[in-house]
Design a protein around this ligand. Structure first.
Ligand SMILES: O=C(O)C(=O)C[C@]1(C(=O)O)C=C[C@@H](O)C=C1
Length: 354
């Protein structure tokens, strides 16, 4: 078949797409100017999610929803970088899962700033060295990242978005499996591969590292040491992969939070709100605190208790509910909550991915 005529048609469509994209850029620039005047950030996760949900509804295919989202992720990323390039701080070093989550959310265009620890990510955004920060918050197999929850109790930053990332772990080493005597990784990653390690490396010592990517760097330098990390990290630090998909649960997903200095926008109709509560030291205090939500049929998707670090045996409760802070029903529930809890801190409201 002569491909010439089809390719000519494709060229014509590409010319139209480019013209339309530039028209879109000009309109988005107008929006950016208005936001700039009002002192608002350009990045608006709620608007982006609402736009993507609408596009998914009208997309007749064969373009898949994930393909459509990836294309639009980059269109918006390029748009924002034309107006005001963003700096995104994340838990580094380079090639961590947190970097992958940050790129999934912000695309390829921002400046990415790897930070050595979770508190450093908070500090970079608080000091204005970064526009936004990305931190891991919980994993479907390993549970919460306590360090992140503890930092949320102390910060003035707001959660403005969340990102889910499927986590596929690899065993990475310059030595063959028979010679591996030590496995290094972030405690969470080691916990997610416990059964695999018990089966394949029962005698290897398990050692905590600051991050999965840090463990790969070390595995590249030390014989007999293996790391658990992503394929991307193995490629980045040029250390061979011995085994892929070694996590105990096939469906291993981590949830990351995107932080900003101020809340952005109102609800999208499908949002989540995170709150921090403290309770009075009296019988039934927790039950009383949950009542304002259950009595209104507000779904609570998470509750996690953490030591308050102010007093022994004093706890803070981190909760996630369906709805946006600005929703009337949420406001009514929070009003009732304030009457029975000494502390009610709003951590942020953000869109739930459709
Ligand atoms: O609608 C807006 O608020 C815009 O700034 C435009 C736009 C877009 O390109 O669609 C750009 C950045 C925001 O994160 C959301 C949407």
């Amino acid at each position: 078949m002569d491909l010439g005529p089809v390719r000519e048609k494709i060229d014509g469509i590409d010319r139209e797409i480019i013209a339309k994209l530039n028209e879109r850029f000009r309109l988005a620039s107008e929006v950016a100017r208005v936001k700039h005047k009002a002192g608002l950030p350009i990045y608006h996760p709620g608007r982006e999610e609402a736009l993507l949900r609408k596009l998914a509804e009208i997309n007749p295919g064969p373009l898949s929803e994930s393909g459509m989202r990836a294309i639009y992720r980059e269109i918006i990323s390029a748009m924002i970088s034309l107006e005001a390039p963003m700096t995104i701080a994340y838990l580094g070093p380079e090639a961590t899962y947190t970097e992958q989550a940050a790129r999934k959310n912000f695309g390829t265009q921002p400046n990415y700033a790897p930070m050595p620890t979770i508190p450093d990510v908070f500090a970079a955004v608080e000091k204005g060295e970064a526009d936004h920060g990305v931190i891991p918050i919980e994993n479907s197999t390993g549970g919460v990242v306590s360090h992140s929850i503890d930092m949320l109790a102390e910060t003035d930053l707001t959660i403005i978005n969340q990102v889910y990332l499927s986590i596929e772990h690899c065993l990475i080493s310059q030595s063959p499996l028979e010679e591996v005597r030590e496995v290094r990784s972030k405690d969470q990653a080691l916990a997610q591969c416990r059964e695999w390690l018990a089966r394949h490396l029962p005698h290897a010592q398990q050692v905590d590292a600051d991050s999965t990517a840090q463990a790969v760097k070390q595995a590249g330098e030390l014989k007999g040491v293996a790391a658990i990390a992503s394929e991307l990290a193995a490629e980045k630090y040029e250390v061979p992969i011995l085994a892929k998909g070694i996590q105990d649960r096939a469906n291993n997903v981590t949830r990351f939070l995107v932080l900003g200095r101020e809340p952005v926008g109102s609800g999208t109709g499908h949002d989540r709100t995170s709150l921090l509560l403290s309770l009075n030291d009296e019988p039934g205090a927790l039950e009383k605190a949950l009542k304002p939500f259950s009595s209104r049929g507000i779904n609570m998707t998470k509750i996690e208790s953490r030591p308050s670090r102010r007093k022994a045996w004093d706890y803070l409760f981190y909760i996630d509910i369906d709805g946006h802070w600005s929703d009337e029903i949420v406001q009514a529930a929070v009003g009732e909550l304030k009457a029975c809890c000494p502390l009610v801190k709003w951590l942020g409201s953000y869109p739930v991915r459709g």
